[in-house]
Write a protein that binds this ligand. Structure first.
Ligand code: FMN
Length: 350
């Protein structure tokens, strides 16, 4: 599919997730073939102020392509300036967050709050459109509350403002993640817009992905929570859509993926923060696996590369398959300790 002038190899995307879709996780997801991955949401104000912590969210690599950079804010000029910074630092596509319902974001008029103020939403999108020629998307919710469902109105405004695609997570902001996302709204939006529509919400298995395409006619899909501890879901979605068989990774393959992800995290954040932050991924990766509960207790004590490596080795030996051949800790070089690492730990935000 194409978004503006950007040609994408497929329409299966990794959803932006605050505290999760950092460079290491994006690299793992990309190894399973996703057509586009997004940064987590980045404060436009933080970028414009030049905050080191905020700028770090833009750190990418040549393999981390194509990259969607998601910005949040509510001031058109600030968002326009932030768009310029993101473009200079290598974004392939810009996205404006109009879906985040979290109080500290929404109370400032950003995120899903913009859907309550269509004029401001339009001003923001016009300003970003004017500031950059990069492909531009907007990620929206169904509306603010079930009595204020206005995704179609906001989608049409976006189209008029020159936005190249609309991404819809069809729950209202006040729904949070409760209930099910209403895919009928994705179909309605698709029927009303000329630009591509991307659906997001509740894709947990390859069949869900096929069903979203079929039931809504959307041009692309986004997978979020389904990839937690299960990034190979993206590969299985792609295989299923192309009619080839799907397969779950063997225990040895899982171990290899986890170790690779861990090493990427240590390279990116440094040993201390990288391992500490990785604990949440370990919990997700071992959910439902034999001996997982016991491992998760041990995972809570992981504090450095060696203890992480050892815990993984013990666990995978114990659950039965021979450990994979690997070069051991330290193979990925020494990471730089970055106290400015992510403080928004796996926060549910949009
Ligand atoms: C932990 C977490 C963080 C999220 N952070 C963002 C974000 O930064 N920006 C955004 O637009 N959506 C964010 N979302 C919403 C997802 O992108 C996605 O739209 C939503 O989770 C529904 O898709 P899913 O059912 O596949 O998870 C987040 C979701 C979760 C669970």
């Amino acid at each position: 599919m194409n978004i503006g002038c950007l040609h994408l190899k497929n329409g299966v995307f990794l959803a932006p997730m605050a505290g999760i879709t950092d460079l290491p996780f994006r690299m793992v997801a990309r190894s399973f073939g996703c057509g586009l991955a997004f940064t987590e949401m980045i404060s436009a104000t933080g970028l414009v102020r030049g905050s080191g912590k905020t700028l770090r969210y833009l750190v990418s690599s040549p393999e981390d392509r194509p990259l969607g950079v998601q910005l949040f804010g509510c001031d058109p000029e600030t968002l326009a300036a932030a768009a310029g910074i993101a473009a200079e630092r290598g974004a392939d596509l810009l996205d404006v967050n109009m879906g985040c319902p979290v109080k500290k974001v929404a109370k400032s008029g950003s995120g899903a709050s913009l859907m309550r103020d269509p004029e401001r939403a339009a001003a923001v999108l016009r300003a970003v459109r004017k500031a950059s020629t990069l492909p531009l998307t907007v990620k929206i919710r169904a509306g603010w509350t079930t009595r204020q469902v206005n995704a179609v109105e906001i989608g049409q405004i976006a189209q008029e403002c020159g936005v190249d695609a609309v991404i819809l997570h069809p729950r209202t902001a006040d729904q949070g993640f409760g209930g099910r996302s209403d895919w009928r709204l994705i179909a309605t939006l698709k029927g009303r817009l000329r630009i591509p529509v991307v659906g997001s919400g509740d894709i947990r298995c390859p069949e869900d992905a096929a069903r979203m395409f079929r039931e809504t006619g959307c041009d692309g899909i986004m997978v979020g929570r389904g990839t937690l501890g299960n990034p190979w879901l993206i590969g299985n979605v792609l295989s299923h859509l192309s009619g080839t068989g799907i397969s779950e990774p063997s225990i040895a393959e899982r171990e290899e993926i986890i170790r690779r992800h861990l090493m990427l995290a240590i390279d990116f954040y440094g040993e201390k923060i990288g391992t500490r932050d990785f604990r949440k991924h370990l919990l997700w990766y071992t959910k439902g696996l034999k001996g997982g509960a016991q491992f998760r207790q041990a995972a809570g004590r992981i504090s450095d590369r060696d203890s992480a490596w050892k815990a993984l080795q013990d666990y995978f030996q114990q659950i039965g398959e021979p450990p994979i051949a690997c070069s051991g800790p330290g193979v990925c070089g020494s990471g730089t300790e970055t106290e400015g690492g992510d403080s928004r730990r796996a926060e549910v935000t949009a």
